[in-house]
Design a protein around this ligand. Structure first.
Ligand code: GDP
Length: 139
C-alpha cells in the first residue's frame, strides 16, 4: 500500500554550494508537504548503514566519504504518489542524463555528488524516514 510519503536528503555538495533554499522551493512548488525536516551530518557509521545495500559496489567508499563530508538536510515529504513523483522531480542519478528542469540537472555536478537523495520505494521511504526521525519529529 502506498504511504504517500518519501524521504529525501539535500546532500553535502548542494548544501556547500548554497542551494538549500532553491531546492526546498522546487520541492514545495511541486506540491510536496514537508512533514519532518532537520539539518544534520551523517557519521561514518550512519552513512555505512544508510547505504548498506551498496556495500559491494565499487563506489561505496567514495559514497560514504562524500555523504559524511558535510552537513545535509533530511526531510520526509508527503504527496499523493510521493515516491514516484519525487524521483521524477530529482531526475536521473547522473545529472548528465537528468531531464531539463529536474533538481539534479539544475544543482548537481556529477553522478556521485548529485545534490539530492530520493527513496526508490514506499518500503525504503519508511525505513529511511525512521532512520532519521522519531515518531514525535514527524508532523
Ligand atoms: P539514486 O537512487 O538515483 O540515488 O541512485 P543509486 O541508488 O543507484 O545510488 C545511490 C547513490 O550512490 C547515488 O545517488 C550517488 O550519490 C552514488 N552513486 C551511484 N553511482 C555512483 C558512481 O558510479 N560513482 C559514485 N562516486 N557514486 C555513485
Amino acid at each position: 500500500m502506498s504511504t504517500n510519503r518519501t524521504f529525501t536528503m539535500i546532500k553535502p555538495d548542494a548544501v556547500k554550494n548554497g542551494h538549500i533554499g532553491a531546492i526546498l522551493e522546487k520541492i514545495t512548488a511541486a506540491g510536496f508537504k514537508i512533514v519532518a525536516m532537520k539539518y544534520t551530518q551523517l557519521s561514518l557509521r550512519d552513512a555505512q548503514e544508510f547505504y548498506g545495500v551498496h556495500r559491494e559496489r565499487p563506489f561505496f567508499g567514495e559514497l560514504v566519504e562524500f555523504m559524511t563530508s558535510g552537513t545535509i538536510v533530511a526531510a520526509i515529504l508527503e504527496k499523493e504518489n510521493a515516491v514516484e513523483d519525487f524521483r521524477a522531480l530529482i531526475g536521473a542519478t547522473n545529472p548528465a542524463d537528468a531531464a531539463e528542469g529536474t533538481i539534479r540537472k539544475m544543482f548537481a555536478n556529477s553522478i556521485g555528488e548529485n545534490a539530492v537523495h530520493g527513496s526508490d520505494s514506499d518500503e525504503n521511504a519508511a525505513i529511511e524516514g525512521s532512520f532519521h526521525f522519531s515518531g514525535r519529529e514527524i508532523y
